[in-house]
Design a protein around this ligand. Sequence first.
Ligand SMILES: [Zn+2]
Length: 229
Amino acid sequence: MLRARPLGEADRIFTLLSTERGKMDAVGKGVRRAKSHLAGRLEFGNECELQMHRGRSLDVIVSADIVRSSWERLVAPERFAAAQLVAELIDAFCEPDLALPEVYALVDGMLRAIAASDEPRTLVPRFSLRLLAALGLEPPADACVRCGLAFDDARAFLDADVGGFICSSCRERWRDLIELDAEDLRNLAEVAAPRGSGRAAVRARPRVAAAVEQLIAHHLGRKPRTVLS
Ligand SMILES: [Zn+2]
């Protein structure tokens, strides 16, 4: 469950990420009453097995069984902020009713990692890059997005306006852009690497993390509302 908002007196609309239908909204009827059998199950970050039936406009949740509850571990403020950012990005980037198994697996793994982490914000750059990759928006980490040439001098600059990294020759001198050196570029490739590829890294160097943040803002068209503590 990613998000909930009240509906009428006792109901709630839940925004869910599902294996079968991707991001979707569904109604939990009477869920705000203490006696509801759904109460306490559809908490933020919980993975549930749901039974639904088709409603007039929205599907109605008939039953929910918890597969995994991360809620108790996610309420710690830093973890909560990181998990909220995940929910915000999924909500913003994913079309409703479009199953994306790769994104589901990514979110599942990310929420588990956040729930177990003491420094959850360090997990965000990798999640962001893997999400962009799953959506086909990932910028190349080894070549200029403008001229297509490799970064020969081991320097690259984030040009958030074009959603990628550019080389020294393409960079206009007057622009103040985040610059990545050889170490940063290596780190970028590792942080973006698919799981199990043998070269994946979790932790982004500071300039790489800053560059990823700007990339996300470029694709969102704004800064995320969730501020990491
Ligand atoms: Zn170039």
